[in-house]
Design a protein around this ligand. Structure first.
Ligand code: 13P
Ligand code: SF4
Length: 389
């Protein structure tokens, strides 16, 4: 008998940027106890350098490509989310991992490091609006419906790295895998060897772009599951016929690029190469010349000939850094409107100085910990990703 659908709790408001306190049951958290140095302090660079030197090999600083220049200069390693997960797992000797990135990345680092290591996120308000779009209760409601329909055994859950630890745990205990934007095709190929359908969380665009543009599926093979509608807003027949069940989530930064942005830059800059991240909408990726993760974007620019022109559809800190690194090429932002990731930008130099100085003083600020059961189940899904061929 099919269970009666009840509306799951609303997705919590993503962030309480101006508030105080934290909500341990969500990705939210805004409290940084202690006195942050003033942003105008002219000694911030010297203070960060001194604190890092005092900690020596005890600390390892990871920096995602979307971080500000003022922060990235102190990163021991920079990378996309896949490379940073690998790097976190490869540093068992570092007592502290300071993660200059967002909350779900720091959670993954905690899962992949030893119990003795401590992962620090310099500002707890550095969340991710996309990760917040999939809440465990909503996902479990969807899964129960798949069970009622008799399709759950055919469905393999795949979650993008950009999801909370408990979503990764759900995926791990239900036979699925984590993916990032640099290995989504490999993860989906693996998943379709395990079952005939994939339930892809939480980024509809990465799921659709990978399935249709890289794996030969039709758009009609994909359905969009809306957690705020009964049964996802889908009929039983749609769910039975679908190969890709896409969660209705997206990145608010990459979702801003439009086909008009692509058309407009092509008119303005003849011969321009349009290079976008796969979190962009399907029609934007189709209109672009190249698509790939942040690491792919960086490598493509490095290999590009002098004099070539590039319009990049990803976060602005990275695009600005690429423009400065390649003065012999014309590198521009795909859209005319400025587009930082506001949560990535929460990690600024005062927060980094504060976190490092707290560690020097023997206190561990803003430690990110994932409970043992969730960590164990999420690790299963992360390890499957790290061992993908
Ligand atoms: P990658 O680091 O996997 O390219 O993802 C980009 C992103 O949006 C991270 O939040
Ligand atoms: Fe999340 Fe998008 Fe920001 Fe990445 S760029 S952290 S996906 S909101």
């Amino acid at each position: 008998m099919t269970a009666t659908w009840t509306e799951p709790g609303n997705t919590p408001v993503a962030l309480l940027l101006l508030g105080k306190g934290s909500d341990p049951a969500s990705e939210r958290g805004v409290d940084c106890p202690g006195d942050l140095p003033a942003p105008s302090d002219p000694d911030l660079v010297a203070r960060a350098t001194a604190a890092k030197a005092a900690l020596g090999d005890r600390v390892f600083v990871l920096g995602h490509h979307y971080q500000r220049d003022e922060v990235i200069q102190f990163a021991d390693v920079t990378g996309d989310s896949f490379k940073l997960a690998q790097q976190a797992a490869a540093r068992p000797d570092a007592e502290f991992i300071v993660f200059c990135g967002v909350h779900f990345m720091a959670e993954s680092a905690d899962i992949l490091t030893t119990p003795q290591q401590k992962v620090v996120l310099p500002d707890l308000a550095a969340g991710c609006s996309m990760a917040d779009m999939a809440v465990l209760g909503q996902v479990e409601t969807a899964w129960e419906h798949f069970q009622d329909l008799g399709i759950a055994d055919d469905v393999v859950p795949v979650t993008y790295m950009n999801s909370s630890a408990d979503i990764k745990g759900f995926v791990g205990r239900n036979g699925g895998v984590v993916c990032t934007s640099s290995n989504a095709k490999r993860a989906l190929t693996w998943a379709f060897e395990q079952g005939s359908k994939v339930f892809f969380l939480p980024d509809q665009h990465l799921g659709r772009n990978t399935a249709v543009l890289e794996m030969g599926f039709d758009l009609d093979d994909c359905v969009l599951y809306d957690p705020h509608k009964p049964h996802g807003g889908l009929t039983d027949e749609q769910l039975r016929d679908a190969r890709m069940i896409l969660w209705r989530g997206h990145c608010s930064v990459h979702g801003r690029f439009t086909v008009d942005s692509v058309r407009e830059v092509r008119e303005r800059v003849p011969g321009v190469n349009v290079l976008v991240h796969p979190e962009c909408r399907h029609e934007v990726v189709r209109a672009a010349d190249h698509v790939g993760s942040t690491e792919y974007i960086i490598k493509t620019l490095e290999a590009a000939p002098a004099g070539s022109a590039w319009a990049i559809g990803t976060e602005l800190n990275l695009v600005r850094r690429l423009a400065l690194a390649h003065p012999d090429k014309q590198v521009m932002f795909l859209d005319r409107t400025v587009c930082y990731c506001s949560t990535m930008n929460r990690i600024d130099l005062p927060h980094l100085v504060w976190a490092l100085e707290e560690l020097v003083a023997g206190r561990v600020p803003n430690q990110i910990t994932v409970d043992g059961k969730t960590a164990h189940e999420a690790r299963v899904a992360l390890d499957r990703m790290l061992s993908l061929p």
